[in-house]
Design a protein around this ligand. Structure first.
Ligand SMILES: Cc1ncc(COP(=O)(O)O)c(C=O)c1O
Length: 393
């Protein structure tokens, strides 16, 4: 077999490895508490599932869908942006594209902009798909470090002029995975000005915009003047309606960029099963109370787990949004050595920050999508754990 060189450059996807570790422990009879992947444990709201049951019996839904989705679903996405963010300028026919989950669009969009040798500005730490898509397109990622002193926002002034001049895309993701950081209007305005100055496509991933705490409301970058001239925003029903298993996301914004993504996608995939598009219509146009209900659950979990981590001496800033806690590991440990020690001693799984890039070193990420009883078990185990002195050398 002669596999591609591209495959050699690709590390196994982080959660594939973690799933393997969990399966092995469970096979040994160990009860594992996992704070690993951000995959809501709360079921999809019943009316959304009922809509699928009903829609699955319609023969028209048994056939190939259109890649650009049902007009009704595109209208529902545009209407949701208007209700939720006050963004009333999205044309459902030209500026909205449904995706087979945001991940699919985030991966494929690289092919719209990047040729071999091109540059993409990619944050680090970050959701790995930005740099993987860049690599698939044969392009180079230029790292924008996310550091605590800058609020985990890329320092746009630190990007050298020659790099900015040659870059074709810039990725941003707020509320942020893995740090839980958020961005304000001033930051988005600055990023839009930067993208305009250097003719860079600004790709904003807003998959966590609805997972918020303490009354915080996240912005859409589409709310900012000029956003649609320079970029598109990715969104997802996965985290806000507990729909990771159904695969529905969207891209909205610049019509030429949406058209480019549609062209790539229509050559590679055949869209989202129509019965699932109907679920999305139900989610987007039906009651939004589920979002607040979920967030209230996550907030209780957030506070319990932060309490347990603080008692252990780990520093965590309570996030205003996202499903994640981003905790600094004790001196002398690396992200991976601390995650391994925790797993060995307590059978608790967390994700090493280094899985999200070199600048994630020194942190671990804990997802709050763990059922309440397992959160309590995890908190108990942390309470009785004494962190051993790190191994030397
Ligand atoms: C930042 C970010 N964007 C996008 C996604 C993918 O969302 P979807 O389930 O819609 O593919 C994830 C999933 O964890 C994510 O963390």
């Amino acid at each position: 077999m002669k596999l591609s060189r591209r495959l050699d450059q690709l590390k196994p996807y982080v959660f594939v490895e973690i799933s393997r570790i969990i399966a092995k422990k469970r096979a040994e009879g160990v009860e594992v508490v996992t704070f690993g992947i951000g995959d809501p444990d709360i079921p999809t709201p019943a009316p959304i599932v009922d809509r699928l049951v009903q829609a699955s019996r319609t023969p028209a839904n048994h056939r190939y869908p259109e890649t650009d989705g049902l007009p009704e679903v595109r209208r529902a996405i545009a209407a949701w942006y208007k209700d939720r963010f006050g963004v009333s300028h999205l044309n459902p026919d030209t500026e909205v594209l449904p995706l087979i989950g945001a991940k699919e669009g985030i991966g494929h969009v690289a092919f719209c902009f990047l040729d071999p040798g091109d540059i993409a500005l990619v944050p680090d730490p970050a959701y790995p798909v930005y740099s993987v898509g860049t690599m698939f397109a044969g392009a180079e990622s230029y790292t924008m470090p996310l550091v605590e002193k800058n609020g985990w926002l890329p320092d746009l002034d630190a990007i050298p002029h020659e790099v900015a001049r040659d870059a074709k895309v810039m990725w941003l993701n707020y509320p942020n995975n893995p740090t839980g950081a958020v961005a304000d209007g001033d930051y988005y305005r600055k990023a839009i000005a930067f993208a305009r100055e250097y003719d860079i496509a600004l790709l904003h991933d807003a998959a966590y915009s609805e997972v918020v705490y303490d009354g915080y409301k996240a912005l859409s970058f589409m709310e900012m003047e000029g956003a649609k001239e320079v970029g598109i925003e990715f969104h997802s029903l996965s985290k806000c309606f507990n729909m990771t298993g159904w695969r529905f996301g969207s891209a909205v914004g610049n019509a030429d960029m949406i058209q480019a993504l549609f062209k790539i996608k229509s050559n590679l995939d055949s869209g989202i099963p129509q019965a699932i598009q109907e679920m999305a219509i139900e989610a987007l146009t039906g009651p939004q109370k589920y979002i607040d209900e979920n967030n209230a659950i996550y907030q209780v979990r957030r506070d319990k787990v932060i309490g347990a981590l603080n008692r252990l001496g780990l520093r965590v800033v309570p996030p205003k949004a996202s499903l994640y806690l981003w905790a600094r590991v004790p001196e002398g440990y690396t992200s991976a050595s601390f995650a391994a020690q925790l797993l060995d001693d307590t059978a608790i799984v967390v994700t090493p920050g280094s899985s999200y890039g070199d600048h994630g070193e020194g942190y671990i990420r804990l997802s709050l999508t763990t059922p309440d009883e397992m959160i309590d078990k995890g908190v108990e185990r942390l309470a009785s754990w004494r962190i051993p002195a790190p191994a030397r050398g």
